[in-house]
Design a protein around this ligand. Structure first.
Ligand code: HEM
Length: 83
């Protein structure tokens, strides 16, 4: 993993977000399974179709942050080099 971050407070965030992303992905998979079961009933529980959207939104936000991390790090180190 990247060691480009400098201060401890900066180093904690990416690790925390990566861990969140990992465990939210587990919650997302479970919610998809639960939704499939709910919709396969003789009387489908329609509102369950919306449940996976919440973890998916969190995955999108944390995932976008993880995607941008290497670029942040590059800009950050470039900025530091100019100090
Ligand atoms: C919704 C949009 C999503 C975006 C933008 C996104 C983006 C990312 C990015 C950028 C990474 C880091 C890859 C790297 O190591 O460089 C990552 C890791 C990962 N993603 Fe996503 N992701 C999304 C959704 C999902 C979903 C739906 C799942 C699974 C259900 C998932 C599971 C994971 C897991 C398990 C990792 C590895 C985490 C770790 O290193 O511990 N992601 N994702």
């Amino acid at each position: 993993m990247s060691e480009v971050t400098t201060t401890p407070s900066r180093a904690v965030w990416p690790r925390w977000v990566r861990l969140s992303h990992r465990w939210i992905s587990v919650a997302f998979v479970l919610s998809v399974i639960a939704t499939s079961i709910a919709l396969a009933q003789a009387e489908p529980i329609m509102w369950m179709s919306y449940v996976p959207l919440f973890p998916l939104l969190l995955l999108f936000l944390t995932g976008t942050y993880l995607f941008a991390l290497p670029y942040f790090a590059r800009w950050h180190s470039r900025g530091r080099a100019a100090d």
